[in-house]
Design a protein around this ligand. Structure first.
Ligand code: ZN
Length: 407
């Protein structure tokens, strides 16, 4: 890939993604597979005035050994130095930049039960720090190709060719063309306008219908808001958490969801593909679910904790999105979730509640926001999906028609 184009991408991540402020610290979680690119991002972050960039190299191939060889208690322990680092992050609110190239199969064959149970045990210590940072600092996730990932997406190509094709797909989806900053400003505006429109309707529920059998109604919170693309921290700094991003999303009201939804894309979850599945909801909760492939994985995910069987996200993405147009399955949620409409099981977003940043966990729960350790997106959008909204004043509004915006 041309260095000049990569430089544009690095600049885009630093400026539109993290929007690092003068004097701010940064944690850069950079893929070891692309050191030259991480070097560019580091330079761009400093050029914006970062005080210090902590680079944390990531290499997904190593993860499985930790799970295989560590005792569960070791995995579950939050060591003193780790907690000190969490405190530092809570107090200093560094921007966090993730440049990911994980092998989708990196965790294949590991003992997932052990991994999940260790995560559960860490949560009581780690989660309060994460909650305390929520909404107060900028963070962004972008991707670069890794060898195993590229080969997974393009199994029939030679390694070098597969890498090049994945670069091209990533840069296309991230709108890295002539002037990526201008392209993102326009895109942010479009998503913002659509969210404004949706928020003005006073929606109480959405009804989904598609020929694959999806017939599903989900309730929305009275204080719920649709958000998308650019976000703003409590202190007023804008950033783009996901590059790419195509969705207008909200968190549905916990306890209000009826009917059945069918997946439209395989779900790549912790090293496995859960395929051709459906979920049936009653009173907002999954009461029955089945996957043709890796059903056991799906069942475990839903049973992860109390909130894992409830919805945390409802996202509207046109079926003709740039991601879907590539025709690729990326085996990576950052891309695949932007291909079409999706839901997520688990944790809801506080930015999807009016004034959510200033509400306590209890107040958010009272609004109907779900909480869980997990947040897992799954795709349900099809070319014939229609979504009708019901408004507080009794009106019915067409939101989606033939898989895309009806307005
Ligand atoms: Zn989403």
């Amino acid at each position: 890939m041309k260095v000049s184009r990569l430089r544009k991408y690095a600049k885009l991540i630093a400026r539109m993604g993290a929007n690092v402020q003068k004097g701010q610290d940064v944690y850069l979680y950079g893929s070891l597979e692309q050191p030259k690119f991480i070097e560019m991002v580091t330079e761009e972050l400093y050029k914006l005035g970062a005080r210090r960039v902590h680079v944390k190299w990531q290499y997904s191939e190593m993860e499985k050994y930790h799970v295989k060889y560590q005792a569960e208690d070791t995995m579950a322990a939050v060591e003193t130095f780790e907690e000190e680092e969490l405190k530092y992050m809570r107090d200093h609110l560094p921007a966090r930049v993730f440049v990911d190239s994980s092998n989708p199969d990196a965790l294949k064959g590991v003992n997932v039960g052990k991994m999940m149970s260790a995560q559960q045990k860490r949560a009581p210590i780690v989660k309060p720090y994460r909650d305390a940072m929520n909404g107060k600092h900028q963070w962004t996730i972008a991707a670069v190709p890794g060898k195993a990932w590229a080969k997974k997406v393009f199994p029939n190509e030679r390694p070098a060719k597969a890498m090049e094709l994945l670069w091209e797909a990533i840069l296309q989806c991230a709108r890295v063309d002539e002037d990526p900053i201008a392209a993102w400003e326009a895109h942010n505006q479009d998503v913002h306008d659509r969210c404004e429109y949706l928020n003005g309707l006073g929606l109480t529920e959405l009804h989904y219908q598609a020929s694959n059998g999806t017939d599903f109604t989900v309730g929305l919170m009275e204080e719920g808001v649709f958000a998308g693309a650019m976000e703003t921290t409590k202190s007023g700094v804008t950033f783009n958490p996901n590059m790419p991003t195509e969705e207008c999303f909200t968190s549905p009201k916990r306890g209000v969801a009826e009917g059945i939804v069918y997946s439209s894309l395989p779900l790549s979850y912790q090293g496995d593909l859960i395929e051709n599945f459906w979920l049936r909801f009653e009173n907002g909760k999954v009461v029955e679910a089945h996957a043709e492939k890796n059903d056991e994985r799906l069942q475990k995910m839903i049973a992860m904790d109390e909130g894992a069987a409830y919805l945390g996200e409802c996202a509207l993405v046109p079926f003709d999105s740039p991601i879907n147009k590539t025709g690729l399955l990326f085996y990576n949620t950052l891309f695949d979730e932007n291909a079409c409409c999706h839901f997520a099981l688990g944790r809801g977003f506080l930015e999807c509640v009016q004034d959510g940043h200033h509400k306590t966990r209890e107040e958010l729960a009272a609004c109907g926001l779900n909480d869980s350790m997990i947040h897992v997106d799954f795709m349900i959008g099809t070319a014939d999906l229609s979504i009708t909204g019901k408004c507080r004043d009794g009106r019915e509004v067409e939101i989606f028609k033939n898989g895309t915006w009806a307005f």
